[in-house]
Structures are given as C-alpha cells and as structure tokens.
Design a protein around this ligand. Structure first.
Ligand SMILES: Cc1cc2nc3c(=O)[nH]c(=O)nc-3n(C[C@H](O)[C@H](O)[C@H](O)COP(=O)(O)OP(=O)(O)OC[C@H]3O[C@@H](n4cnc5c(N)ncnc54)[C@H](O)[C@@H]3O)c2cc1C
Length: 396
C-alpha cells in the first residue's frame, strides 16, 4: 500500500473511532484514522461530561488493556435509585442482585479520550492523519474508492464513519436517517455535596425532564456529575436562567446532603439521529454517526462500542478468509447482528423520554403503574439491569 492507499480508513477520532482503531490493531489489522481537528486540539478538547460505562463496555476496555490505563479514576455504580419526581425511590437497582460486578462505572470523558488517543498514537498498526477533513467521497467504483481532503486524496477499500451525530460521511454517502429534535437541553456540570455517595446513582423524572446524579471518584471531595434535562422552553426562560442554582437545588433536594459547590455548566441540545441503513456500498457507519440517542439511559457510547466491537470481529473474519475488507455477505451478517440492539435502544430511549417527560393525568398514571410493576418484579429488574449493563445485547 502506498502512503495514500489504505485498506481501511476510519473517519473521526472520537471515543468510538479511537476504540475501533485499537480493536483492529489488537487483531493486527492496519488502519488509517483521520480527524478534522489536529492532535493538540483533540487532546485539549473541553468535555466536562462523564460516561456511564456498562459492564459489557468495561469488559471490552479491560481486554484491550485500556482499563488499567485509567489509573483507578473510575467510580463503580453499586445502586441506581429511580423515582418519579421527589417521591421515595420507586425502583432500586442493586448490583448485589446479580453476580456480574458493579452495574457500571462513571469515568471522565476527557480521561477516556486522552487514554485512547495515547494508545492509538503508540500503535504500529494505526496511522493517524489529524487536521484532515473529508470534502468529498468517490466510491462509485468500489475498487477505486477515494476521499478528497483539502490537501490530498486518500484511497480506501472500506471507509468506517465514526464522525459523530452530524456525520459528513453519512451525508456524502447519502445514507438516510430518522431525526427528531426533543426540544430539550441537557445541562451538564459537577457538584460537591456534604455526604458520601457510596456509589449510588439517582435518576429522578420530572415533567420538565429527567435529572441524573452520577457518583464521581474523587478522594478529596464528595462529588457527583449531573446531567439535568430540561424542556428548552423552560431552559431559555429568563427567570429559570437567573435562578438556575435554586431551580437545581429544588430537584436535587439534598439527596447527598447539602450542596456545597456547582461547577461551570455546559449545555447540549438533545436530538436523535437513527440511520435506516448501517452501511452503503463500502461505507459503514458506527457510533453516533449511525445512531445518536437521547442520554436518558446513558447508553449512546455503550451502543456505539458494541458497533465497533462487532465490526472489528467481522473484518477480522474477512481477513481470516482471505477476503477484501468489504464483503457484501459479511457486511449483511454484521448488519443482522447489530439491528436488534440498535433498534431496541433507539426506540427504548425515545419512548422512555416521551413517557417520563410532560405532564397529564394519563401519563402520570402510566408512569406510576409502570414503576410499581417494575419495583415488585425481581425478574423484570434483573433483566433490565442485564440489558443496561450491556450483557444481553452482545455476542462477545
Ligand atoms: C449530555 C450527554 C451525556 C451522555 N452520557 C452518556 C453516558 O453516560 N453513557 C453513554 O454510553 N453515552 C452517553 N452519551 C453519548 C456519548 O457521549 C456518545 O454516544 C459518544 O460520545 C459518541 O462518540 P463518537 O465517537 O461516535 O462521536 P463523537 O464523540 O462526536 O466524535 C466524532 C469525532 O469525529 C470528528 N469529526 C467530525 N466530523 C468530521 C469530519 N467531517 N472529518 C473528520 N473528522 C470529523 C470529530 O472531531 C470527533 O473527534 C451522552 C451524550 C450526551 C449529549
């Protein structure tokens, strides 16, 4: 292969693209990864979010050797309390009910990204072209496919799009998708509080949107990470903006004791993108580029990681069989393996948000009944825990 000819090109060095590159490297398959940002700005990216990493994702990271590089800076989730409004905890998910370890782990996005980037830069199987943005893609002839960038053309046999929810690759490949604007804003920030969290996460559903309080590993202070979803109409209200802290305190209701400090707040407008096709010719979409879902259940990254994991296994199989990276039959089998998991989560998060947001007597009755049925059935609780932990949706 010459410098500008690659078997597999990955577009996007976010958490999914980087992990996919490492999964390929683990199988000794060479890839080229490109990102529109240069390395310095990729390292310097400001992301104050944390990610709830499921057990399934943790196991993939552990096998890749990524977990030990996180240097214990992760917080196991031992219990999740779910309630409607400030009501007493309607459902308590406890890791002790299963023998699979913690329900998940909370890790800083910045740390995950930095760790993955460092590993990718060290790998002899990955070439990195930073500051490289796709201008156009030509793949009419699969045997002579190339993408145009500002400075050069890059030839590929397969292009893996991991360029996020506003994927340009998806646009150039003309892959259609379902889109819905939730008219909601997620406020993300950290808080410190007077009491210890003991690895407890809280999800409180309010008619204006859900509040998630997620435990953070910090040896110096009692800290939690907040994802507070609010209807954009409310979020843009002058009164709400002026009294943001007080409004938050009403919803937080001293769950982990007195609120001591509230960090800088970042806003994320919420929407869903869900592609009707997972691949088109020799272009395949993974992660948010394929489906970007509502953060209500903290599953977007975990879902994307399963895309990356199964695609890496599929491509390793084509190599083993002596086939080209793009093989229609293998790609169809990849599509079949991923369809149910994707469809279930896109729909589940969409419907959960619909059910738990908004007021109305009927919805409220439905919510209360649903929570009661759930809280009384260990079977339902255990099955949904296994699903959310990523242990029911992966053929590992
Ligand atoms: C508020 C919030 C909280 C969340 N919490 C959780 C959680 O707890 N658990 C969970 O599992 N998920 C969570 N998610 C979802 C999760 O953050 C995403 O699913 C995940 O970050 C997607 O990663 P990605 O690599 O696919 O995309 P991105 O992170 O968007 O990365 C895309 C990469 O592609 C690059 N790029 C973009 N366009 C181009 C181009 N034209 N050319 C070259 N490069 C390009 C970008 O620079 C970037 O590096 C949350 C999301 C939100 C909004």
């Amino acid at each position: 292969m010459t410098k500008n000819h690659h078997e597999i090109i990955i577009c996007g060095a976010g958490m999914i693209g980087l992990t996919f590159a490492l999964l390929m490297a683990e199988r000794k398959i060479k890839v080229c990864i490109i990102d529109k940002n240069d390395k310095r700005s990729l390292f310097a990216q400001q992301d104050n979010r944390t990610t709830a990493i499921s057990q399934g994702s943790y196991r993939i990271f552990r096998k890749l050797g990524i977990w030990k590089k996180l240097k214990n800076a992760f917080q196991p989730i031992n219990q999740i309390f779910v309630s409607e409004g400030l009501g007493s905890h309607d459902i308590n998910f406890n890791y002790k009910n299963l023998r699979e370890g913690p329900l998940g782990f909370i890790v800083d996005n910045k740390l995950i990204r930095e760790t993955l980037l460092n590993e990718v830069l060290k790998s002899k199987y990955v070439s990195f072209k930073d500051g490289t943005e796709i201008i156009n893609i030509n793949n009419e002839d699969i045997d002579n496919s190339f993408l145009e960038t500002k400075n050069f053309d890059l030839y590929f046999k397969m292009l893996v799009a991991a360029d996020g929810r506003f994927s340009k690759t998806r646009y150039h490949a003309n892959i259609k998708y379902y889109y819905h604007d939730y008219q909601q804003t997620a406020f993300v920030f950290n808080i410190s509080h007077s009491n210890k969290h003991h690895g407890v996460a809280l999800e409180r559903f309010f008619p204006t949107g859900p509040l998630a309080v997620l435990p953070v590993n910090n040896s110096k202070i009692n800290q939690s990470s907040i994802v507070w979803t609010v209807d954009t109409k409310v979020a843009t209200d002058k009164n709400f903006k002026e009294n943001f802290k007080e409004e938050f305190e009403k919803k937080y209701d001293n769950f982990f004791g007195k609120l001591i400090n509230l960090s800088e707040v970042k806003k994320y407008p919420l929407n869903v993108f869900s592609c009707y096709d997972i691949f088109k010719k020799n272009i395949v979409l993974i992660g948010d580029a394929c489906q970007a879902i509502h953060p209500i259940a903290g599953q977007g990254f975990n879902l994307g990681l399963r895309d990356a994991f199964i695609l890496a296994k599929t491509l390793a199989k084509s190599k083993e069989l002596g086939l080209e990276p793009f093989n229609l039959n293998l790609m169809k089998s990849y599509e079949n393996m991923r369809k149910i998991d994707k469809t279930l989560l896109v729909n589940a998060t969409h419907n959960l948000n619909g059910l738990f947001s908004g007021s109305g007597k009927f919805k409220s009755l439905l919510r209360k009944t649903g929570l009661r049925i759930f809280s009384q059935s260990n079977f339902l609780k255990n099955q949904s825990m296994l699903f959310a932990m990523g242990l029911r949706n992966l053929e590992a």
